[in-house]
Design a binder for this molecule. Sequence first.
Ligand code: SF4
Length: 265
Amino acid sequence: MTAFTEIYQQLDWQQLAIQINSKSAQEVEKAICSDRPSLNDFMALISPAAYPYLEVIAQKAQKLTRQRFGNTVGLYVPLYLSNLCANNCTYCGFSIHNPIKRKTLHETEIIAECEALRSIGYNNLLLVTCEHPSKVGMNYLRQYIPLIKKYFSTLLMEVQPLTITEYRELKEIGLEGVLVYQETYHQPTYQQHHLRGKKQDFFWRLETPDRLGQAGIDKIGLGALIGLSDNWRVDYYLVANHLSYLQKNIGKAVTLFLSPEYALV
Ligand code: SF4
């Protein structure tokens, strides 16, 4: 069991919902003025009491972004390598039982895609597959990551969660970052929507960022599918809690980022 699992198991979903809903306008104002907002401040910023302050929050967020990054926008492009999937997630058209045409790119097709993306200026790539470890697993990744890396400065990946040893191996051959979305931190909802395959294992997924940190992966992206649970505020409080835990426990050298996704269920 990892430390984040221990933290997670001490949190109560309903209690968090009550805490968020009870935040006052004064607490929102204090959070907006804070130089180093805490998790408690984050709760205020996503609470219903923050509605009248959305413009002020947006302006502060813009100011901080400009201070830290200047007037730049970093673009990356996804390359879908395969839509084969062994899982069944209720919200996803790639689920195993869905009778769609399946395709996994082979070497010549991968090269053609990489050349096309480079020719229009993309230099940061996100490799995406569905989750099919036996057909698009480590053998596939170790075969093609070195080839793809020749074309791009930064290589991120969004595939099935792997072991520490596997992440270490992929880092050696060019992988810099991994995005892994928990989908929802509400375990009963998670079990209700993930009906087949390894993705049914809530804690294997929850502990993936810990494994990434232990493997020395430089960039880690977390997120939750807004709309999957009945309370996006609690889900995003838990994403923030997870990011904060990682920041304290796996060191400052790692870039952590949060990606909102949306689900219609
Ligand atoms: S594992 Fe990913 S690709 Fe496969 S069904 Fe679930 S959400 Fe879709």
